[in-house]
Design a protein around this ligand. Structure first.
Ligand SMILES: Nc1ncnc2c1ncn2[C@@H]1O[C@H](COP(=O)(O)OP(=O)(O)OP(=O)(O)O)[C@@H](O)[C@H]1O
Ligand SMILES: [Mg+2]
Length: 512
């Protein structure tokens, strides 16, 4: 006979339906799993066999074939243990057929018959809810799965024996409650940063419009300090964003106790990060740091220290907001609409360009160090600012009156204005960019003049328009005026690549 149950495979942050068919047929005793299964799935046989023995069941001494359909889609992970075990128990009559047919199941079996959680419970439960069937998972995954909807029947047993008892009516399992909705770790206050008004203003503009920001300055000037204050300036995730972010975190196995965080993600990978760690991938495809920063901030401290190839792998997602990982037999897409904040020293010794702190190797030091970041990468950064050293006089100043709360309120206001128009300024494109960001005549003249003088690329030109729109939104202005264009231009260096980061000869008076 053939028993049927179902499970899910994962493509990016989404779950796909998998039919699990279990057939017990005559022939020499054997237990085979087919359907493009990886090593972890193949090992499932041993775990299922041991778990059955632990609860006093024996595998039939016949030929057992498990087919995971569609057979041409790769199956990865240990979460097929539970559906395979359920299918087998249905086939040998320990569980009723509806235990297989009416539920989507996922979970890893222990040798003692316990059920361990597996990543991806939230998208899998959403898929079950879409298909109007129930969901069976490990007890620890229950609170996460419960977020998929109030009317989704969920069984979250601790062990196979609990599941059998539930269907026998001996010990009915209660539906788990969703985990808590929490706020992220406490925010650090912008008040702690003395002086650096230009950098604070740039951070505010970047956070308000979703723009990318690069801070260049000598050691100890407060770049990392400023970046770590960015999460406090961002408004909480909207319901839709929360769901998208949580789905990615679920697939990455990061949702502890089913707790979802309203706070926007802030990811700061170390500069030794590999390409797979940054954009996702690996032998079992997992979301990378760029996807984990979706709807939040990706902070790359000490930018030139990152491997150049790793940095360049971020070029596509910075434009498109998603990452496509293509393999010979699969194509997986992860969302990655993050905001980049980067910090770096102007040269290896850190003091290039600072008067009185002359860099020992002169301009060569700065040039070779800055050239480690490619021109196209720099071109994607809307705001590129210098963060000068903090003077002892700055440090002796009293704490500034304005801190994170005041700045976050202005950012929230500007974001509301943008969302009323449909999207954040950083994501404007095409006809909407032309319409929403069109500057007044003096502004247009200034931009044309600057584009000529600075040799701006088309991308830089549009990024300046978007930044100017954000500055106008922070100002509460309806249109983009000359002063807004001037401030946006002042945060953009004249030339791309390594030379782009050298100090500009003169600055406009308006901003930064
Ligand atoms: N503007 C500032 N106001 C108050 N303290 C500051 C400021 N700038 C730096 N500091 C102090 O210096 C320390 C180092 O700052 P931070 O790590 O942000 O420097 P950085 O610019 O990132 O340096 P590096 O280039 O070496 O990474 C901070 O922990 C803080 O104690
Ligand atoms: Mg630093």
């Amino acid at each position: 006979m053939t028993a049927r149950t179902s499970s899910a495979s994962f493509e990016g942050a989404e779950a796909r339906w998998i039919d699990v068919q279990v057939q017990i047929a005559g022939g020499l005793p054997a237990f085979n799993i087919v359907g493009l299964a990886d090593k972890a799935v193949a090992e499932s046989r041993e775990r299922v066999r041991a778990a059955f023995a632990a609860i006093g069941l024996a595998l039939p001494s016949q030929r057992v074939i498990v087919n995971l359909a569609p057979a041409d889609r790769p199956k990865e992970g240990a979460h097929y243990d539970l559906p395979v075990a359920i299918g087998l128990m249905v086939a040998i009559g320990v569980l009723p057929p509806e235990a297989g047919q009416e539920y989507l199941a996922m979970g890893e079996l222990g040798l003692d018959g316990s059920i361990a959680p597996s990543p991806g419970a939230l998208p899998a439960a959403m898929l079950a809810s879409e298909r109007e069937c129930g969901f069976i998972c490990a007890e620890a995954s229950g609170p996460e799965a419960a977020w998929a909807g109030g009317d989704l029947p969920i069984l979250a047993p601790r062990s196979l024996i609990q599941l059998v008892n539930h269907f026998k009516g001996n010990q009915v399992l209660a539906r788990p409650a969703p985990g808590d909705l929490v706020d992220g770790p406490g925010v650090k206050d912008l008040r702690d940063v003395r002086g650096q008004e230009t950098a604070k203003r740039a951070l505010e503009v970047a956070m308000a419009g979703g723009h990318n920001l690069l801070m260049v300055g000598p050691p100890g000037s407060g770049k990392s300090m400023l970046a770590s204050r960015a999460p406090g300036l961002l408004p909480p995730l909207t319901a839709e964003e929360l769901l998208q972010v949580s789905m990615i975190q679920s697939v990455a196995g990061m949702l502890d106790r089913g707790e979802l965080s309203r706070t926007r993600p802030f990811r700061s990978p170390h500069h030794s990060a590999s390409m797979a760690a940054m954009v996702g991938g690996g032998s079992r495809i997992r979301p990378g740091e760029a996807s984990l920063a979706h709807h939040g901030v990706l902070f790359l401290d000490e930018l030139p220290e990152f491997h150049p190839q790793v940095l360049d792998s971020l070029r596509e997602p910075l434009e498109t907001g998603e990452i496509a990982i293509v393999r010979a037999n699969s194509r997986v897409c992860f969302p990655a609409r993050f905001q980049l904040i980067a910090a770096m020293n102007p040269c290896r010794c850190g003091w290039g360009g600072e008067n009185g702190q002359a860099c020992a190797r002169g301009p060569k030091c700065a040039q070779s160090y800055q050239a480690r970041v490619s021109g196209p990468m720099i071109d994607r950064i809307d705001l590129q600012i210098d963060v000068p050293p903090v003077t002892p006089a700055d440090l002796a100043l009293p704490r500034p009156a304005e801190g994170t709360a005041e700045c976050a309120a202005r950012v929230a206001q500007a974001r509301e204005t943008q969302m009323a128009r449909g999207s954040l300024n950083a994501h404007l494109g095409g006809e909407r960019l032309d319409r929403v960001c069109a500057p007044d005549a003096p502004g247009a003249a200034l931009l044309a003049q600057a584009a000529e003088a600075m040799g701006l690329t088309a991308r830089s030109y549009h990024r300046i328009l978007r930044t100017a729109r954000t500055i106008a939104d922070l100002d509460g202005a309806d249109g983009v005026r000359r002063i807004h264009i001037a401030e946006a231009l002042s945060a953009r260096r004249a030339k791309p690549a390594g030379q782009a980061i050298s100090r500009p000869a003169a600055r406009t008076s308006a901003g930064f």
